[in-house]
Design a protein around this ligand. Structure first.
Ligand code: AMP
Length: 436
């Protein structure tokens, strides 16, 4: 039997993994400068957490989660218990905002001074139809700000941080889309108006949109169906129905983005279908990704903390970057990691040289050099051939003569020159070589 990674799930191999590391490190660096700290979250949670926060009527919860009963994993026991239905169900997290909010409440973070700023990174799980840029295990880097203030300056700064991160990783052609979806006061009025208009064109809509007229008219605006686009363009827009507070909030977010020199395009169809989403929503697209071109989605979710049992006064805003897509877009634009490479291939010949080589390898690695030390003794030609194939910058040769003289032979593999150096000179020489 030959095992393979399951559908929609993949390995990230070197050298691509180096690009992932760079992206993740950039997030840590940039988010850190904005005062965000990392939260490490569990991969699975109670199913109910996601049902509440993401919504039972969403595709994610409805048909895309990996959900299982919390039973002992011993196979026989599993078979027996599967017949019992009273077990709590657990779900592999399809996103992390719910977990952040759960952790915020569980640890009483509302008592912390000022806004709590957290970021996370890691795998998420959704049983979607796999295609380029869409996987069943995919990765997100996200951040959330939780606290009592919903000042527009917070929204603008979160977006500024995001754009600073995309700049840092040198993502080209990122486009920021922005919208406001109002609040509990003004949105229901708009939704009813939308529903009324949708009823009038019901027959021209596909079955999904027809269903959503009743369940969640806002989600019709998400539709990608070609035949519905012209109809949707004629529908009433939320911008014309915002209450005075929401209008002022939105205007100030835009003003403050301006202060930060951030350009954006307004997109009135950028909506979230759940009640606890409020006001600001945004999305970022990147080139080279085909139809799955959203690399980040985010927005304000002022009602979520209360919905999950926390204080009604806590508001929140956050985003999630799709790391797989970000890396894909970087690769499409020609970015690839040139790994530091192997500084030294340490060829040794004879028992005494092996002992000396082990010590030297340790001191070189302590000093930060990348060292390959052959595990077994090889013939000279074979060993040096391997050094070439591994693309080492230098081969260090240690035989009985070198050990006796307290030196090593250093061979520069690109030009074949070689010299004998004692250890202090060797270190200075390698350092100079590394700095070009
Ligand atoms: P969402 O949590 O749905 O708002 O998604 C946020 C971001 O995560 C999206 O903009 C995508 O970049 C990424 N994403 C969502 N679902 C997937 C998936 N199945 N595969 C890869 N990336 C995804």
């Amino acid at each position: 039997m030959k095992f393979q990674a399951i559908k929609g799930v993949r390995d990230i191999l070197p050298p691509e993994s180096a690009l992932w590391n760079r992206v993740e490190q950039a997030a840590r660096d940039v988010f850190g400068t904005f005062g965000f700290a990392e939260i490490r979250l569990p991969i699975f949670e109670q199913t109910e957490l996601f049902v509440r926060s993401i919504g039972a009527d969403t595709d994610i919860v409805h048909k895309e989660t990996y959900t299982f009963q919390d039973v002992p994993t011993e196979i026989d026991a599993l078979k027996k218990v599967m017949r019992v239905s009273s077990q709590d169900f657990l779900t592999l997290r399809p996103e992390a905002t719910a977990s952040v909010v759960r952790a915020y409440i569980e640890h009483g973070m509302q008592t912390l001074p000022s806004n709590v700023k957290l970021y996370y990174m890691g795998p998420m799980f959704r049983r979607e139809r796999p295609q380029k840029g869409r996987y069943r295990q995919f990765y997100q880097i996200g951040a959330e700000v939780l606290g009592t203030s919903d000042a527009p300056g917070i929204d603008a700064e979160v977006i500024e941080m995001l754009m600073a991160f995309f700049d840092r990783v040198k993502l080209k052609g990122a486009t920021l889309y922005l919208n406001s979806i109002g609040c509990k006061q003004c949105r229901p009025v708009y939704v009813e108006k939308l529903r009324g208009e949708l009823q009038k064109v019901r027959e021209q809509l596909g079955p999904d949109s027809q269903r959503r007229i009743e369940t969640n008219p806002l989600r019709v605006l998400d539709s990608k169906l070609e035949s519905e686009q012209a109809i949707i363009e004629k529908l009433p827009r939320i911008a014309e129905h915002l209450c005075a507070e929401c209008r002022a909030h939105y205007d100030d977010v835009k003003r403050q983005l301006g202060l930060r020199g951030i350009t954006y395009q307004e997109n009135w169809r950028l909506v979230r279908g759940l009640d606890y989403y409020m006001r600001t929503t945004f999305e970022i697209t990147a080139p080279g990704l085909g139809s799955q071109n959203a690399v980040c989605g985010g927005g304000r979710y002022d009602g979520l903390v209360e919905l999950l049992g926390g204080p009604a006064t806590t508001k929140g805003i956050g985003f999630a970057i799709g790391t797989d897509r970000l890396v894909l877009s970087l690769q499409e634009s020609g970015a690839c990691e040139t790994p530091g490479g192997l500084d030294v291939y340490l060829a040794w010949f004879g028992v005494a040289a092996q002992a000396a080589a082990i010590g030297l390898a340790r001191r070189l690695r302590d000093a930060g050099f990348v060292v390959e030390l052959p595990a077994v003794e090889m013939k000279f030609g074979k060993s040096l051939g391997l050094a070439d194939r591994l693309k080492a910058r230098h081969a260090l040769i240690m035989g009985e003569d070198e050990v006796a003289a307290g030196v090593v032979t250093v061979k520069h593999l690109a030009d074949g020159t070689q010299q004998k150096l004692a250890e202090p000179e060797l270190f200075s020489y390698l350092r100079a070589a590394r700095n070009g």
